[in-house]
Design a protein around this ligand. Structure first.
Ligand code: XLS
Ligand code: NI
Ligand code: NI
Length: 441
């Protein structure tokens, strides 16, 4: 059975094409800096937003029209697998990602849920044999069901901790079975509403224990995926424990987990935290903690996780700059944790949205590579920090200065001269690179 009958495989047609069902900039075979776009960008399709999401919002029912809507329960889950692999092939996706409950309905008991999962995982495994699409990561949804009202690994209820742990155990087995490159832990409801009823210390200690148990079990079964945590500052709880990369890194270090997990950085979570996307990528990169990316964008006027498909080219340039400076994403990728808008309810919109996102990151990649080739930002930094290359600055960075020495030096200064940071000039150069990279050259 096929589901997207009026759509054929999406091909690269170049910037002049006006075919909405073609890539204008994403040319998977094209080499950028020695590797193909496909190898660098490692795009992933998010199962939940593309095959499970119905586009409901707090004010209204779902609007999505999906060819598998006519099925229920396990039949619907099976139809979604068929549709998913058809979609992966047509959009030419190297990867996908899912939560347990995206692919198989929860049963009345944990055992029944696991059985449903086994059936669908076996089916996915069969489809993967004939598909180039691999599993970028899987995770378990430990936040939607009412049992997780007070959290999962940070729940006030030990029975919930146990249940959440059992779901993760199964998730790790599923990841191993399907050869997942990574395994993700998004904090879900791991946070709190108010300190009036919260033992923060116990909850955070328990979360630390939770990750160690997961790591122990992954080792036990020989599942060698990269573990990732996905910071988010708020929503659904008002204080999520892994607010951003900086606080997440402090948490990992405190609990001895810095070698166990890296970060999965989501653009919209960065902006919710009051940071730019590139800030979060950069913070992770300079600490060697950048693992993978949830590629989306927030709405500039809305303060919540709107999970829009990424189309802002200035942002994709700066994101790809960080990723290239990181030497790529290793086993990670660019997972479109993004959903079509409620008004974009047709099956075709799923293709348009992915094409828009893939093209936007392809543009970002090419522009970022040019910026790197021409050492544009490297030269800016080189010049701006030159005072640390010699004299007293060199003594400071080499650890040869103390307050005595610095006082002596400062007393001898007759004038302190600062230089312009040239921000407007730098922004104009980035615009120039953006506009000229695809102009006829
Ligand atoms: C929600 C998160 C979620 C994770 C996976 O805001 O982004 O989708 O990526 O659980
Ligand atoms: Ni995400
Ligand atoms: Ni999110």
């Amino acid at each position: 059975m096929t589901y997207f009958n009026n759509i054929s495989n999406i091909k690269y047609e170049g910037p002049k094409s006006n075919n909405p069902l073609a890539f204008k900039f994403y040319n998977p075979e094209e080499k950028v800096g020695g590797k193909t776009m496909e190898e660098i960008l490692r795009f992933g399709v998010a199962y939940w937003h593309t095959f499970t999401e119905d586009l409901s919002d707090p004010f209204g029912a779902g609007t999505a029209i999906r060819p598998w809507d006519k099925y229920q329960g396990m039949d619907c889950a099976k139809a979604r697998v068929e549709a998913a692999f058809e979609f992966f092939e047509k959009i030419n996706a190297p990867f996908f990602a899912f939560h347990d409950v995206d692919i198989a309905p929860e049963g009345d008991t944990l055992a029944e849920s696991n059985k449903n999962l086994d059936t669908i995982v076996a089916m996915i495994k069969e489809y993967m044999k004939d598909s180039k699409t691999k599993l970028l990561w899987n995770t378990v949804n430990n936040f939607s069901h009412p049992r997780f009202v007070h959290g999962a690994g940070s729940s006030s209820n030990a029975d919930v901790f146990a249940y959440a742990a059992a779901k993760v155990k199964k998730g790790l087995e599923v990841g191993k079975e399907l050869g997942a490159e990574n395994y993700v832990f998004w904090g879900g409801r791991e946070g709190y509403e108010t300190l009036l009823n919260t033992d923060m210390k116990l909850e955070m200690d328990n979360l630390g224990r939770f990750f160690h148990m997961a790591n122990d079990y992954a080792k036990e079964i020989g599942f060698d995926a990269q573990f990732l945590i996905e910071p988010k500052p708020k929503e659904p709880t008002s204080h999520q424990y892994d607010f951003d990369v900086a606080s997440g890194y402090a948490f990992l270090q405190h609990y001895g987990l810095e070698d166990v997990l890296k970060f999965n950085i989501e653009a919209n979570h960065a902006t919710l935290a009051g940071h730019t996307f590139e800030h979060e990528l950069h913070y992770a990169r300079i600490h060697n903690m950048l693992g993978s990316v949830d590629a989306n964008q927030g709405h500039p006027l809305l303060g919540w996780d709107t999970d829009e498909f990424p189309t802002d080219l200035h942002t994709t340039v700066l994101a790809m700059y960080e990723i290239l400076k990181n030497g790529g994403l290793g086993r990670g990728g660019l997972n479109f944790d993004a959903k079509v808008r409620r008004g974009s309810f047709t099956p075709e919109d799923l293709f348009h949205a992915h094409i828009a996102g893939m093209d936007s990151f392809a543009v970002g990649l090419k522009v970022a590579q040019r910026l790197i080739d021409d050492k544009v930002l490297e030269n800016v930094l080189e010049d701006r920090y030159k005072s640390y290359k010699e004299g007293i600055g060199l003594d400071i960075v080499e650890g040869k200065a103390d307050l005595h020495k610095l006082e002596e030096y400062a007393l001898g200064l007759t004038e302190i001269k600062n230089e312009s940071g040239k921000l407007e000039s730098i922004k104009a150069i980035i615009n120039q690179y953006l506009l000229t990279t695809f102009a006829a050259r």
